[in-house]
Design a protein around this ligand. Structure first.
Ligand code: HH2
Length: 270
């Protein structure tokens, strides 16, 4: 699906909706769900062609969320956004959650652990879903930064993604999007090298999605700017990725990213 969409539009924007307790200051489950639905609708109106719904933070050191709790958070949000005609992606590494979200209308499964769990591959294949295969050097977000050691990060990430493409394809999945996994078991230098040499991932022949929005390496390169002070760096890194062939940007700040992309493409087309 995203391969077809990527041919139509120069660059797509995936807007991020987190249904995690720490994303909202207070309130019960309904407050979370209602706020998340409202946010997803806003992001779509701002120009996101995909809304990515997640119920588990994957930041380094984050506490894992059991699938039943994750489903409670994300399924009502997915169902309502999909009912409104929005293309919804479910950001999960758990097969149970992916299955429930696909059943509720999600069309894309985004797995930060890169579909290394055969059960998740089977769930996506059975539903005919598009998959986003993210690189991560281990499947545990809690310890991923301890695995930030590579002889040649670009080659290792490319080879990992090439293997995952082959395995997903063999399982019957047609639409495969790949992602270098910026910030997932990577140092700032690893992130910069992956962005600089993104063309090597583009050469694998699949749409490339990049998630740089508000990430820590931007803070590290800008006097420890906090997450809400990283918009400039997020836009710059996103455009650098687009210049090297990225098809989809996963972002928090959809309106600003859409405006930046509009200018970028208008200059190319002038
Ligand atoms: N990054 C985060 C979560 N999911 N999925 C893909 N495909 N690529 C990414 O880079 C990616 C992802 C984590 O980003 P973070 O800044 O923690 O965002 P959030 O917690 O708001 O999802």
């Amino acid at each position: 699906m995203m391969e077809r969409m990527a041919e139509q539009a120069p660059t797509q924007v995936m807007g991020i909706v987190n249904v995690t307790p720490d994303s909202f200051s207070d309130g019960g489950r309904f407050a979370h769900v209602d706020a998340a639905i409202g946010h997803g609708i806003l992001l779509a109106a701002q120009g996101a062609s995909i809304v990515d719904v997640g119920g588990e933070s994957t930041r380094p050191g984050a506490t894992p969320v059991p699938p039943p709790e994750e489903c409670d958070r994300v399924v009502p949000v997915v169902r309502e956004l999909a009912a409104q005609g929005i293309v919804v992606s479910i950001d999960t590494r758990h097969p149970e959650t992916a299955a429930a979200a696909l059943d509720a209308g999600a069309r894309i499964v985004n797995d930060v652990t890169g579909f290394t769990d055969p059960r998740l591959v089977a769930v996506a294949a059975a539903a005919g879903a598009t998959v986003v295969v993210n690189h991560m050097p281990t499947d545990d977000p809690r310890t991923m930064q301890a695995h930030a050691t590579y002889a040649d990060v670009v080659t290792e990430v490319r080879d990992f993604l090439a293997r995952r493409i082959d395995e997903c394809h063999a399982a019957g999945i047609a639409d495969i999007v790949i992602d270098p996994g910026i910030g997932f078991g990577k140092t700032t230098q690893h992130n910069l090298l992956l962005l600089r040499h993104l063309d090597q991932l583009v050469a694998l022949g699949r749409p490339v999605l990049v998630g740089v929005s508000r990430k820590r390496f931007i803070g590290e390169l800008s006097n420890d700017a906090t997450t809400d002070q990283r918009l400039g760096g997020s836009l710059a890194a996103g455009l650098a990725a687009v210049a090297r062939g990225a098809s989809i940007l996963r972002v928090h700040d959809v309106a600003e990213t859409v405006q930046a992309l509009r200018l970028w493409h208008a200059i190319d087309d002038a």
